[in-house]
Write a protein that binds this ligand. Sequence first.
Ligand SMILES: [Zn+2]
Length: 253
Amino acid sequence: MLVDVHAHLDVEEFDKDREEVLRKCRIVVVNAGVDLKSSMASLNMARSYPNVVPAVGLHPEFVEKADLELEKVLELIKEAPIISEVGLDFYWIKEEKLRKKQVEMLGRFMEEGERQRKALVIHSRGGLRDILEMVTSYKVKFVIHAYEGSIKDAIRVHELGGFVSIPPIIVRDKVRRTVAEKIPLESILTETDSPFMGPDRYRNEPCNVAITLMELAKLRKQDVREIEEKIQDNFKGIMEPYFSLSGANLTNK
Ligand SMILES: [Zn+2]
């Protein structure tokens, strides 16, 4: 079974064919909420689609919504097995005060992740060192989504017991290919960030995870099925103890 550990299928780009998109291949999709509204949409989607795992979070780019929404989003974590999309974005957010607030927000999510034993799928743009510093203070499982850092930092993620997740854009991204080739398989997950980050300029879709798997197999000179199975195991590792995977369906334990 394919694993898409980070996607946004609640957005309008999928209004016409969401069901079809989710049925095209055997896949489990973690749908990330970026604010209160989409976190609720994420929980709703999971009620309609058995292969969707809901994640709730507040995207660091929306740090200005924190005063209104943060507490409510934190409250929703008890209904979701994964916390996302959360993180640090120092690329779009330059103002020192807001960056500080992002760090505070991420700290709250990590605290909750530790307390409820839920993994965080983390957005990192320009803030990776800070994130890696922070995860050492909390007992949390974590994934750096759409990892775009160096191999050196990827090894650090691995040493901390975390994961880097790789989007299909890898086919046209040399740095990501180096990381995908060198980092131990036990620290790799796959994602699409649909509808963004596609292998081409069209709408990205969860089943494009297959493209990433093919590329991984080629780079690592390893059997594609073996990689697929290992990634499925990695995913089970971050989901435990909330769900078990059986066939194409996710069932509550
Ligand atoms: Zn995202």
